[in-house]
Design a protein around this ligand. Structure first.
Ligand SMILES: [Zn+2]
Ligand SMILES: [Zn+2]
Length: 367
């Protein structure tokens, strides 16, 4: 099995160009690497962002970073995994040597790359950009063995893949970065895949008030089904005023999952004294947030969060358990499914807002 394989992948030649299904070559796994047959890959807002802007990646590239599959070849020195293991791919490599890894803060490890142009995936003699070291829109990929997390048999890969990015980003923003606590009041701005996961995280953490803010009524209905206790279809200053009135002074935790500097400010303005605002959404690299300095003296926090501050190796298994126990509901917030040759339609479904988590199924038998 340890030779190069030829598979189909969705290749994007330049920012904004439609992904084209082409034959690519996947080199054999080297020391410490594994080759994974991808079963399914969710389409995330940051795929759309890099596709449109080209920020942080070299083209031509294969996007997709929310994937799950089955290990089909092991490189030398990989002993804790076997061929046939079902895994979620993580875009947070655990190098084990950098200062962050040594401190247990794996999500900010030095090995994370938005673009791993590592030559493992190529078209002709040209190496392809690999988004977030994953490139889940290829039927096969080579990744570090430390970047895969085994999935329990009872959890279908088409659901497990979502934990590879969006679900963890939202759950973690609420439970880890935001430290949502029992009885607290939480507001989530934006009810896409990440925001809906944040609402679920607030529910699992037993926050008492869980306010969903989104102008899209279909998304608010989803949010209600997944655990929001209050729904706000207004935005901007109106949303802030409504939250402050509803909570008699502001929430304990506000989560921005829109990807907007203005909304980050609104999240901060919605806080009660001592509250925490967590910014999750990806913006253009030049976006800036202004906050009144004096408000910080009310013990308020504005913080960022990458990958929900989660450690894939220890937190994904916990999140798999939530999903299998029915506490984390993935089916309702995901789909529709598209085959690989309709990947452009999956992008369009996310861009138009008709789906919160469209998914590409690359191998229906494995998914
Ligand atoms: Zn993502
Ligand atoms: Zn590291």
């Amino acid at each position: 099995m340890n030779e190069a394989v030829r598979v189909r992948a969705a290749v994007v030649d330049e920012p904004g160009a439609l992904p084209r299904i082409e034959e690519v070559v996947v080199r054999p796994p080297r020391k410490g690497e594994v080759r994974v047959r991808v079963a399914a890959c969710g389409i995330c807002a940051s795929d759309l962002h890099v596709w449109r802007t080209g920020e942080g990646i070299q083209f031509p590239a294969v996007l997709g970073h929310e994937a799950a599959g089955v290990i089909e070849a092991l490189g030398p020195g990989v002993e804790h995994l076997v061929e046939g293991d079902r895994v979620v791919l993580s875009w947070v490599p655990r190098c084990g040597r950098c200062r962050a890894c040594l401190a247990g803060r794996f999500h900010v490890g030095a090995a994370s790359r938005t673009d791993a142009n590592d030559g493992s995936l190529s078209r002709g003699d040209r190496a392809l950009g690999r988004y977030m070291s994953v490139s889940g829109l290829s039927e096969c990929v080579v990744v570090a063995a430390s970047s895969v997390v085994p999935v329990p048999d009872a959890l279908p890969l088409r659901l497990a893949c979502l934990i590879g990015c969006g679900v963890t980003t939202g759950l973690g923003a609420a439970m880890l970065s935001g430290e949502a606590g029992r009885g607290e009041m939480v507001a989530v701005f934006g009810c896409g895949g990440v925001g809906l996961s944040a609402i679920q995280g607030a529910r699992i953490a037993e926050a008492a008030i869980r306010i969903a803010v989104d102008p899209n009524p279909a998304r608010l209905a989803l949010a209600e089904g997944l655990g929001a206790t209050h729904l706000l279809s207004v935005t901007g200053a109106e949303a802030v005023a409504a939250i402050r009135e509803l909570t008699e002074g502001g929430v304990d935790l506000a989560i921005e999952s829109v990807g907007s500097a203005a909304v980050a400010r609104e999240a901060f303005d919605a806080l009660a004294p001592g509250g925490r605002a967590v910014v999750v959404g990806l913006t253009g690299f030049d976006a800036e947030v202004r906050i009144p300095m004096v408000a910080l003296l009310l013990d308020k926090t504005l913080r960022g969060s990458i990958h929900g501050s989660a450690d894939p190796q220890s937190d994904f298994p916990r999140f798999f358990e939530f999903a299998m126990a029915g506490e984390l509901r993935l089916e309702e917030m995901s789909g529709p499914d598209f085959p690989l040759d309709r990947v452009a339609d999956a992008f369009e479904a996310l861009a138009s807002g008709s789906a919160v988590r469209p998914r590409v199924v690359l191998d229906a038998d494995l998914a």
